[in-house]
Structures are given as structure tokens and as C-alpha cells.
Design a protein around this ligand. Structure first.
Ligand code: GLU
Length: 438
């Protein structure tokens, strides 16, 4: 395997392979977000002051996280929490752990959360957090310590009415349980609405774990409908096999789609006859990655993005589809499961090829939508059945898709710009009605 790196994971030292993705277009994620923001602001004729207000995060926190490692050494990690905007309500957004997390990236992701919540119509602002660390090299105990110290440092920022974190890349239900517990220890009462994406047993919501993948599935069906394609005739390739990628693949397969490609950090697999998604999920549960899986022909990350398929779901990370990759994409539809998988420079390439792109802030909004349901249930102390959660989610996804599709048609722009126009307009109008406090 070319350029593959060996990485050991967590305390039980399972070794996995990392295969590099496509050469990263060095576009900064914040610039990438701002380029789209600027286009939408111009369409809306946003006044200068409002433009300034909405492009600037309201608060940015950088915290130092000293931890005593298992071997007794002290290591200091850096953590971030950026509140991009809280005009619509408490700020909402995940926390990610990765060795390359930066303030710049977190700022972009926080802004994306503001637009995402506005697109789907939930009463939250946008935030994001991150800790610069490599979870594959940390033990569970070390990860727990990092999580607790990060939370303790941000006690004045978090809160059910202030800022509500959730899982993101390399964080999960357990991480959220630690955040909730640490917060609750400091406030001297159990405060389950302070985070979403928690385990069910401590006030999590049914359907939350599957929600982002479910939203991707519903959006894919809406997009296929616009092209007059039935799911039974559609082939799908999914980049990324974490929570979002694997569940999107499984749910799309249940709808009749043929999943022809999947990938994770260890590389990609292609199988024209259809991949056994459940089998692959079971394999990953056991082996931590797809490395060594035998259900398809081995392909590189780039080959997977460029493979013969009708629908491409990039569900891995930012900046995967740059102009060079975009030129070679065969899919008719791209449904962005990840945040920011397409660089701003690749947008016009995809548009000129007539590819229908369901943008991240719509396509992956299922997760934060069920986070909203979880927060509502926690505050009511009354928990809903899965059926009603999925029904509400499906309805909200479908109506958000239609609203974005119509906005795009009205302004003769891509669905991405249509989504930004809708979102920025909503937040700007709310800001104007509330007025500026001085
Ligand atoms: N991290 C997820 C996202 O990017 C979920 C955020 C949330 O539920 O607050 O949408």
C-alpha cells in the first residue's frame, strides 16, 4: 500500500493503516466558508453592518488542558470553543478531537452550525469546539481526563440555555456523558440538557445516533426524486465509514440503493454488484477499520471519489473534493455528509458538470435536528418514541430540502448558495428585529 502509515489505537494497541486522501487543496476552511457567505450576502444585498456582525464570531475561547498521562508525564493540550452566533438561541455544535484541529477550522465549523440550524429551522445559534490531540494515541483514561478538564475550563461557556455541545469527529456518546457529568458536578445538580448525543440512559434521545445518516438518506431520496431516479436504480459510493458514513450507507441500502463503494482511513473498496454494508459494519466493530476486509476491490480514496456511481456521499472530512477531483467525479448527485467536504474552488467545477450538490449545511443537518429533539425532551423530562422522532426528522429534512431547492431556483444559484441565502436571511432578519444593544 502506497504511503500508508501505521497507527496504533488506544490502550489495546490495535494497529490500523491510514491511507492518505486526495492531495489537500490548501484552502483554509474559514476562507472556504466566507467565499460562499459573500456570494449569498451579495444576493441578499446585506447591509454592511449586518454583514460585519454575521461574519464575526461572538466569542472565541482557547483553553489549556494539562493532563497527567498514564505513564506519569504531564502533557498540555490546547482546546477551543467558538460561539459564532447566538442570535437565534443557545449556541449548538459538536466537539472534535484531532491532531490538526485549529482555531481557524473551529471558527469555520461554528459558522456552518449557525447556517445549518437556520436552514433547518431550529432555535439555536452556532458553535464548535475542538481539542488538538490524537485520540488514536491516547488511552480511554487520558481521553476522559482531557474531556473533563476541557469541560471544567469552559464551565462559564456551556449551559443548557447558553451553549450546548454534541459529538463530532472522534468524540461519541461516552465523551458527552463525561461532559455532562463534569458540568453537573460543578453545578451540583444533574443537568442533562447541557449536551446532546448522550447515552440513552442519561437522557439521550432515541434515534440520535442514526440521525445524521438518516438525514443524509432522506436528502438523497429528495435529490434522486428531482432527477427522476428511483433509489432502486441508483448506485452509491460513500467516503468515510464512521457514524455518518456507515449509517448513511446502511439506510440507503435499506431504501433499495446499491452501495458500490465505501472507504475509511485505511483505504477504499469498490464492488459493482453491491457491498454488504452490515457485514462491513460488523467487521469494523471488530477490527476498528476496514483494513483487511474482503468485500470489494481495493481502491484509493481518490479512486473512490471518482468511481462510477450515481450518488457520492463524502462523509469523511473537509476539503476532499478539490477542483482536480471534481473534474473526474462521475456521480450525478453529491450529498455532503461531512462538514465542508468540497472546497469553494471546486463548486463551479461541479456546477458546470451539472452535478446536483446537496450542501453540508442541509445534507448533514439531521444530527443537530435530533439534538434539538433531545434538548427539548431533556428540558421537558418527557421522552418520545422512536417513530415520532423519525417522523418529525423526515418531515423537517424534506421541507428544508424543498425550501433550499426553491431558493436556489429563485436566485438561479446552486443549492449550496440557496441554503446560505435562506440561512443568512433568517439570521439577519432576527438580528434586525432584536436590534443592537448598546
Ligand atoms: N457535530 C454535528 C454537526 O456537525 C452535530 C452537532 C450537534 O448536534 O449539535 O452537525
Amino acid at each position: 500500500m502506497k504511503d500508508a502509515q501505521l497507527t496504533s489505537m488506544n490502550s489495546d494497541q490495535v494497529t490500523i493503516y491510514r491511507e492518505p486522501g486526495p492531495p489537500i487543496d490548501k484552502e483554509r476552511p474559514l476562507e472556504s466558508m466566507m467565499k460562499r457567505f459573500d456570494v449569498a450576502a451579495e444576493i441578499l444585498g446585506l447591509e454592511r453592518g449586518v454583514y460585519q456582525y454575521l461574519k464575526t464570531p461572538v466569542r472565541q475561547h482557547i483553553v489549556s488542558i494539562p493532563i497527567q498521562m498514564d505513564d506519569g508525564r504531564i502533557e498540555v493540550f490546547e482546546g477551543y470553543r467558538v460561539i459564532h452566533n447566538d442570535v437565534m438561541g443557545p449556541s449548538k455544535g459538536g466537539i472534535r478531537y484531532a491532531p490538526d484541529v485549529s482555531l481557524d477550522e473551529v471558527k469555520a465549523l461554528a459558522a456552518w452550525m449557525t447556517w445549518k440550524c437556520a436552514v433547518v429551522g431550529i432555535p439555536f445559534g452556532g458553535a464548535k469546539g475542538g481539542v488538538r490531540c490524537d485520540p488514536s494515541k491516547l488511552t480511554q483514561v487520558e481521553i476522559e481526563k482531557i474531556t473533563r478538564r476541557y469541560t471544567a475550563n469552559l464551565m462559564d461557556v456551556f449551559g443548557p440555555e447558553r451553549d450546548v455541545p454534541a459529538p463530532d469527529m472522534n468524540t461519541n456518546e461516552q465523551t458527552m456523558a463525561w461532559v455532562m457529568d463534569t458540568y453537573s458536578m460543578h453545578t451540583r445538580r444533574t443537568e442533562n440538557a447541557v449536551v446532546t448525543g448522550k447515552p440513552l440512559i442519561i437522557g439521550g434521545s432515541l434515534g440520535r445516533k442514526e440521525a445524521t445518516g438518516r438525514g443524509v438518506m432522506v436528502n438523497t431520496l429528495s435529490a434522486l426524486g428531482k432527477l427522476g431516479l428511483s433509489p432502486k436504480d441508483a448506485s452509491v459510493a460513500v467516503q468515510g465509514f464512521g457514524n455518518v458514513g456507515s449509517i448513511s450507507a446502511r439506510l440507503l441500502q435499506e431504501q433499495g440503493c446499491r452501495i458500490v463503494g465505501i472507504s475509511d482511513i485505511s483505504g477504499g473498496f469498490f464492488n459493482e454488484n453491491g457491498i454488504d454494508v452490515s457485514g462491513a459494519m460488523t467487521y469494523v466493530e471488530k477490527h476498528r477499520s476496514l483494513h483487511g476486509w474482503k468485500g470489494g476491490d481495493k481502491v484509493s480514496q481518490t479512486e473512490l471519489l471518482e468511481c462510477e456511481c450515481d450518488v457520492l456521499v463524502p462523509a469523511a472530512k473537509e476539503d476532499q473534493i478539490n477542483p482536480a477531483v471534481a473534474k473526474k467525479i462521475h456521480a450525478k448527485v453529491i450529498v455532503e455528509g461531512a462538514n465542508g467536504p468540497t472546497t469553494a474552488k471546486a463548486d463551479p467545477v461541479l456546477q458546470s458538470k451539472g452535478i446536483l450538490v446537496v450542501p453540508d449545511i442541509l445534507a448533514n443537518s439531521g444530527g443537530v435536528t435530533v439534538s434539538y429533539f433531545e434538548w427539548v425532551q431533556d428540558r421537558m423530562g418527557y421522552f418520545w418514541e422512536l417513530e415520532s422522532i423519525n417522523d418529525r426528522l423526515d418531515r423537517m429534512m424534506r421541507s428544508a430540502f424543498d425550501a433550499v431547492y426553491q431558493a436556489a431556483a429563485k436566485h438561479h444559484v446552486s443549492m449550496r448558495i440557496g441554503a446560505y441565502v435562506l440561512a443568512i436571511d433568517k439570521v439577519a432578519k432576527t438580528l434586525k428585529v432584536r436590534g443592537i444593544y448598546a
